[in-house]
Design a protein around this ligand. Structure first.
Ligand SMILES: [Zn+2]
Length: 261
């Protein structure tokens, strides 16, 4: 009987092992007496992300990088290097399609199987366990959220603000630290091109960080390339440094998505 129970326990551990975090990489629990910033970057901007490591290091900032496309050698080399520096890796799908359109044409389960599982499998084979997913083009709905939250702890989508609205006025961007575990799907605010767009001036961003600090809330930000110009969505190192300095003044820490409960 005892050996049967041991065998059952062992079988159960095998079944649930992908859900158990690796103790070696498990971060300390999130202090609930403080808010924080979850900074995320998307797609495959590998060389720019790696080039920005010293900037992250200078401020002790840990970010989350959502990789799209095949998890090939360059994706794995980048992911492992970022992880080595304390950053987290998430899935961003194989073909960067709209999850909503795909699930309407096929099914949400199909989307997970074809667009997400191959990435997860390749990451896991390399010892990387992504706990989160970011929607391409912030295309999500209840059906896609439910399907993805079966395999991820958190999923990130995006939201904008209405003309004349302020980031700090939009409650969806601010989740109380002790409520974050109940929020599988997190709404991020885009910060590419900051401070040159009205919805992401330094004044707007600083006010949003001040609210997160004052009300002990988590705010999620997202960007893509880290560059001063060129093709594709990007944020400059100068703008990133401004955000890092504002956070430091507010004593507002940065968390990876993997650190969220
Ligand atoms: Zn993307």
């Amino acid at each position: 009987m005892k050996s049967l129970s041991i065998a059952l326990t062992f079988a159960l551990q095998i079944c649930i092992s992908p859900l158990i975090a690796d103790p070696a990489t498990t971060p300390p629990p999130l202090p609930v007496d403080k808010g924080g910033i979850v900074l995320t970057f998307d797609d495959r901007n590998f060389s720019e992300w790696i080039a920005a490591l010293p900037l992250f290091e200078k401020y002790g900032v840990k970010a989350t990088f959502y990789i799209s496309g095949a998890i090939d050698q360059s994706a794995l080399d980048t992911a492992l290097k970022l992880k080595e520096h304390g950053h987290a890796i998430g899935c961003h799908s194989i073909h960067h399609l709209s999850a909503v359109k795909y699930s309407v044409a096929h099914s949400a389960q199909d989307y997970v199987e074809k667009e997400v599982q191959p990435q997860l499998k390749a990451f896991k084979a390399a010892g990387i366990m992504p706990s989160s997913f970011a929607y391409p083009m912030s295309s999500n709905n209840k059906t896609t959220d439910e399907a993805l939250l079966k395999i991820f702890h958190h999923i990130r989508t995006g939201a904008g603000i209405a003309a004349g609205q302020r980031i700090s006025d939009k409650d969806a961007f601010f989740v109380a630290t002790d409520q974050i575990a109940a929020h599988g799907c997190l709404y991020g605010k885009g910060i590419d091109y900051a401070p040159d767009r009205k919805d992401r001036t330094y004044e707007q961003i600083d006010a949003a960080l001040a609210r997160a600090a004052k009300e002990k809330r988590i705010i999620v930000l997202y960007a893509h390339r880290i560059a001063t110009g060129g093709k594709g969505h990007h944020i400059s190192p100068t703008a990133l440094e401004h955000i890092f300095q504002s956070a430091k003044k507010l004593h507002l820490p940065f968390y990876t998505v993997d650190q969220l409960p």
